[in-house]
Design a protein around this ligand. Sequence first.
Ligand code: ADP
Length: 385
Amino acid sequence: MTSIEIALLVLAVMLLGYVLGRVTAPEPAPPPAPPLDEPVPAKSSAPRTDLLHIESLNGPVLILRGTWVEAANSAACSLLGRRIVGSDIRLTVRHPALLDAVEQVMADGASDEREITGLGGGGLGQGNRSFRLRALADAEGRCIVLLDDVTQAKATERMRVDFVANASHELRTPLATLTGFIETLQGPAAEDEPARQRFLGIMAQEADRMRRLIDDLMSLSRIELDKFIRPNQPLNLAGIASEVARTLAMRLEADQRQLVIDEPAGLPPVIADRDQVLQVLHNLVSNALKYGRSGTPISVSLVAGGDHVRISVRDIGEGIAPEHLPRLTERFYRVDSQRSRTMGGTGLGLAIVKHIVERHRGRLEIDSRQGEGTVVSFTLPAAPG
Ligand code: ADP
């Protein structure tokens, strides 16, 4: 909520108080806040509806006179319970930071702003939510409390910080290897030709790892930029899996793997971005190559299903333990980091897949059986008939 909105709210409350004061009999003075050991008085028969304008505000809003809650919007009632209206906040909310903010404002008339957690702890997972609380006094000596749910914003910020730390770490590792070998080649191994050749080979591999990582990071950021722009062009999927097979032909052959494509004739066109579908298939077949058993086939099947086409990539291999499945699409999450790195993985392949599928409003499913193998499938919306 902006400061202009807050100012408007205060003005609206004042104006309403003034109008009510003129057209209705003056309101009886509010009951004084009871001492803490007194039971909560029964709330008035109907919740106050005269402050309807606070309903139009998104976040929870309370209006207090002293510690007495005069009004609360629906968001505040669903967070703190409907019984707060007409109650003493010290008895019904019992949140020290909120009470402290209200007390401060009532004492010196200034405003108070702070971040609080643990409000509305009764509801499902509500106690973990974080709010930015702003409390301010109006001209009638009431205290307006505005709560802004910042849980999501904080989680996003934490993810961003973690992501930057992870990406830096991933880049630093090959860089440290490169620096180490450069120093060795400049010093002790300067005249050692066989060592020189071997080290240069490792350096080339590490440089390639850095390039793949940067490519994947760039892909992710491009996909994130486009994530709210839904693809709008029809795409014929015929031949798309064969194109991926051609790109990966050398790797498939080196591991004696065959890509078996099941692509029925007459598949309906989908609404999709061709390059991104190719990228998803490339990442999934690459994973089947990296983590499936050498010499076993990898199958890609395309199946029409009403309003969508489902594409599945299946491998035969060790599979993935169930506890890892929900986290596989997180950036840099790997079941076995060493294995992923040895196989040339960046830890970003499935995160890219997830973002692309989400952009297409499709569904991604990962199904795996330990000792048998893994099937990753995704849907793409069929183009309207
Ligand atoms: P990576 O670059 O490490 O392969 P991904 O995001 O593509 O990163 O995959 C994340 C992790 O999921 C991998 O490190 C691997 O542990 C696991 N994984 C992905 N695909 C498969 C698969 N087909 N079989 C077994 N494990 C897989």
